[in-house]
Design a protein around this ligand. Structure first.
Ligand SMILES: Cc1cc2nc3c(=O)[nH]c(=O)nc-3n(C[C@H](O)[C@H](O)[C@H](O)COP(=O)(O)OP(=O)(O)OC[C@H]3O[C@@H](n4cnc5c(N)ncnc54)[C@H](O)[C@@H]3O)c2cc1C
Length: 415
């Protein structure tokens, strides 16, 4: 990637290169091939929450926390349609631009290990029935055979989700962006002056003067002067084994790759990857100033180890090769940022946990809006409620710690 130095002008600056920003840059450049587009990120592409995620590109998320999840047919359909557009855009990167990312459209298994988990799945199946969605119940023997784990007692397979290697996707997709996009990594925006005909964005080594800007920096969007005090920064954590040996693989089930979503949202998400690793995610934790220390990451590893012990007691002594965390941005009211924020300023942020398909759809749609286009997805996303102000930091952090701790405990063996 090209180092960013001195004074540069461009037609459109996109800030943040996660699912949202990368696809906003791609779409804007596709629609405006004569425009110069700059995409900057504070870090390396793929080393953000987007690249650290579990790689489920989810068409329809199971959200048992939403009190009206089963009844809200229109809301769920809107969500589904936006996510499908996101998935179609991801697919076009793979099929038309050759983006290698271990693309695997096998769907996801919503898996229960407890009676309360099964009850959650039954309520999810009712929502799917109302939406006319197809799915399949997977009984105990089958889910145990697929995963090699005696932990699970029932599952529901929902097609439509795509499994992918997120960091690989993002890095490879950045390489095949349209020719009119220039990408700069390690280029944090440190100062902003909005203006006309050009805004002024400062980095440590340069000044960027764009006519238009699209801000896709997740919770950090609040530091760009919009929606102050709304972002609730929460981390979630994952650990991954080394590749399993032939004999170890015999214990990891009959399917060479799979993705399991926990029936209880505070349970453990699991993947067996195409390169034969087991990959587990759990724990939500309030992130002071949007950051986590290495010590905190290693502290949560013990919860991924407990989940590993429960699922594969014969394998779990191998432990993990790597552990990490990543930022999710939540709002008190579940709101999200999408649209025009001021003259020639656009933004998309706050994925609330499921950002692969949704983030891609948001990024694509916000670029279309910035380029003066309209689409059904833009209309759907414009209807999303914006994030509300959070309670003062002390109350929010204590509240998040209390609720996540209690929900984690209640999830029991789903963890
Ligand atoms: C462990 C884990 C597992 C997950 N699993 C899944 C999953 O399987 N499926 C799913 O859909 N979601 C999953 N998620 C959630 C998903 O990763 C997020 O919702 C998604 O990454 C949000 O995308 P984004 O583009 O909005 O933000 P980010 O990925 O956070 O990107 C924002 C970017 O903005 C940049 N930035 C911030 N400030 C500045 C600045 N001042 N200047 C320049 N750049 C800046 C950051 O460096 C960052 O790269 C998971 C998350 C984690 C942590």
């Amino acid at each position: 990637m090209i180092p960013l130095k001195g004074d540069v002008e461009c037609d459109c600056l996109v800030v943040g290169a996660g699912w949202m920003g990368l696809h906003a840059a791609r779409r804007y450049a596709e629609l405006e091939p004569e425009a110069s587009v700059i995409l900057v990120d504070a870090g390396r592409i793929g080393n953000n929450a987007s690249g650290r995620c579990m790689g489920f590109a989810i068409d329809l998320a199971h959200n048992p926390r939403k009190h009206d999840f089963v009844e809200d047919v229109q809301g769920n359909l809107d969500e589904l349609n936006a996510n499908l557009e996101g998935n179609a855009y991801l697919r076009s990167a793979v099929q038309e631009h050759g983006v290698d990312c271990d693309w695997d459209p096998q769907g996801k298994y919503h898996s229960a290990a407890t009676d309360h988990g099964v009850a959650d799945l039954i309520s999810f199946s009712k929502a799917l029935d109302r939406m006319g969605q197809s799915y399949r119940w997977v009984e105990k023997d089958e889910i145990r055979s697929i995963t090699g784990s005696k932990h699970y007692i029932r599952a529901l397979h929902h097609p439509g989700t795509i499994l992918l290697q997120p960091a690989k996707y993002l890095k490879n997709a950045a390489r095949v962006l349209p020719k009119n996009v220039t990408v700069h990594e390690n280029a944090a925006i440190t100062g902003v002056q909005y203006g006309s005909p050009r805004h002024v964005f400062e980095t440590a080594s340069s000044t960027i003067r764009p006519k238009k800007v699209i801000i896709c920096t997740a919770g950090h969007l609040t530091k760009f002067g919009y929606y102050p005090n709304t972002a609730i920064p929460v981390y979630t954590f994952a650990s991954m084994t080394r590749p399993l040996t032939e004999s170890e693989l015999a214990q990891a089930g009959t399917h060479s790759a799979y993705g399991l979503i926990p029936a209880d949202s505070f349970g453990t998400t699991v993947r067996r990857t195409i390169d034969n690793r087991l990959f587990l995610r759990n724990v939500y934790s309030y992130a002071n100033d949007f950051e986590m220390t290495r010590a905190q990451v290693m502290d949560t590893r013990k919860h991924q180890q407990v989940a590993f012990d429960r699922r594969w007691p014969g394998l779990s002594k191998i432990g993990f090769e790597a552990s990490w965390g990543g930022l999710l941005t939540l709002a008190q009211n579940g709101g999200m940022v999408f649209g025009q924020l001021a003259d020639n300023v656009f933004g998309a942020a706050f994925c609330n946990g499921t950002g692969v398909s949704r983030g891609t759809a948001f990024g694509k749609a916000v670029a279309e809006l910035a380029a003066g286009r309209s689409s059904p997805t833009i209309e759907i996303l414009k209807r999303k409620v914006p994030p509300s102000r959070a309670y003062p930091k002390l109350i929010t952090s204590l509240g998040v710690r209390f609720v996540t701790g209690r929900r984690f405990k209640k999830a029991g063996n789903e963890v």
